[in-house]
Write a protein that binds this ligand. Sequence first.
Ligand code: AMP
Ligand code: GLY
Length: 429
Amino acid sequence: MKILVVGGGGREHALCWAIAASPLCTRLTCAPGNAGIAAEAECVPIAAEDIDGLVAFAHREAIDFVIVGPEQPLVAGLVDRLAEVGIKAFGPRAAAAALEGSKGFMKDFCARHGIPTARYARFTDAAAARAHVRAHGAPIVVKTDGLAAGKGVVVAMTVDEALAAIDAAMVAGQFGTAGAELVIEEFLAGEEASFFALCDGTHALPLAAAQDHKRVGDGDTGPNTGGMGAYSPAPVVDAAMTERIMAEIVRPTLAGMRAEGRPFVGVLFAGVMIGPDGPRLIEFNVRFGDPECQALMPRLMSDLLPALIAAADGQLANFHLRWRDVAALAVVMAAKGYPGAYAKFTPIAGLEAAASQPDVLVFHAGTARRDGGIVATGGRVLAVVATAPGIAAAQARAYAAIDRIDWPGGFCRRDIGWRAIARAEGTGT
Ligand code: AMP
Ligand code: GLY
C-alpha cells in the first residue's frame, strides 16, 4: 500500500517509524515531514494545512491510505475531501472532529449524553462572561471555543486572571474568531491522564494511557507548553480505571456521535481528570497526543497499520492489539526560550550517539538538514524515548541518551515521570 502521513512533528515521526515497519507498506510519504522523518519516509513539501495540495498529491500519486496527524486539517475537512476523490483515510470527518474543533459543541454534546465533565456555560458577550466569573469566583477555567494552537485555555486561580483571559480573547481578539465564543467551566481537581481509544464509528478499542507534563519547568512550574515529556503506561489508569473511562466516557461518546449522524472514526484522545468521584472529561482531542504518541508507539507490539485501516473500514469489533509490558518515557528537547520567542537554526550534534543507545529512539519534531548537519527549526525540536521494564529505568535511559546530545541552543526538563516514579517507589505524590 502507498501511505501518506500528514504532519511534520514528533507525533508524525513516531507514526512513520511504526508504519515503515509494516509489511503492508510499500511506499511511505509524509507531508511535510522533517529531517528525522526523512529517514523513514519520502518527505513532500506540502503543509499539513494545505488541504487542496494534499488532496491533489494523494490523487496524483494514487495513495491508498492517508493518516492525518494534527487536528487542524481534520477540523478543516481533509478526510471529507479525500473521500470525495475515493481515498481512504484514518481520522474523523469534519463533523466528528468538532469534538476538538468546538469546545462549546463538545460540552453541549456531553450534557446531552450524560458524559461526566466540568459544569460550564457558553458566552459570546464579554460583559456576561465577566458577570459569570464574578458570580462564581476562582479557581475557574476560561477556554476559547475554537482551536488556538494549545494556548486557548486559562486555568485562572484568581478572578482577575479570569477577567484578563476574557478580555484577551473577546476584547483584544488575541485568538481571532476562535476566541469570539468562550466556554467558562468549573475547575477540576485530581490527577490528569491522556486516554486513547481507536474508533471505527461503532466500536472502540482502548489503546494505552499516558501522562504528559505541560509546564515548561521542573516540578511542573512555569508557563504551559504543548508538552515537555510523557510516559506510558499511566499508573493512575489501571485496568479498573480503563474500564470506567471506556464505560462512562468513550462508549457513550461513540454511541452519541453515531446517533447524531457524526460517526467518529479515528483516535479519540480523552484528557481525563481522575478525582475522588472517578474520571471526568477535561477535553477531547481527535488525534494522537504529542508527545504521548512518541511514548505509545515503542510499546506497541502489533502492526499499527492494519489497526488504522480496520478503524477506517468499520472493522474493529474483533480486533486486538498487543502491547509490550514495558514502560516508555519520552523527554522533549526544546529551543531555549520556548514557549516564548526562541532562536532558529541552532546546530544539533550527537543525535546518532544518542539513538545508538539500546532501547532508545530519537524522534524529531522541528528539525531540518543544513550543510550536512541537523538544525533546530521549531520550539519543540526532539523527543528522546527510552523503554525499560520500569518507569525509573526508562527515565534513567532517556536522560543518559540526552546527555550524548550536544545542542547548546536547547534545553529539557530533568524530571519527566517524577509523579509515576514517586508512586512506584511508594513515596506518594
Ligand atoms: P488544553 O490546552 O486544552 O490541552 O488544556 C490545557 C490544560 O488545562 C489541560 O491539560 C488541564 O491541565 C487544564 N485544564 C483544562 N480544563 C480544566 C478544568 N476544568 N479543570 C482543571 N484543569 C483544567
Ligand atoms: N500532549 C497533549 C496534546 O497533544 O494535546
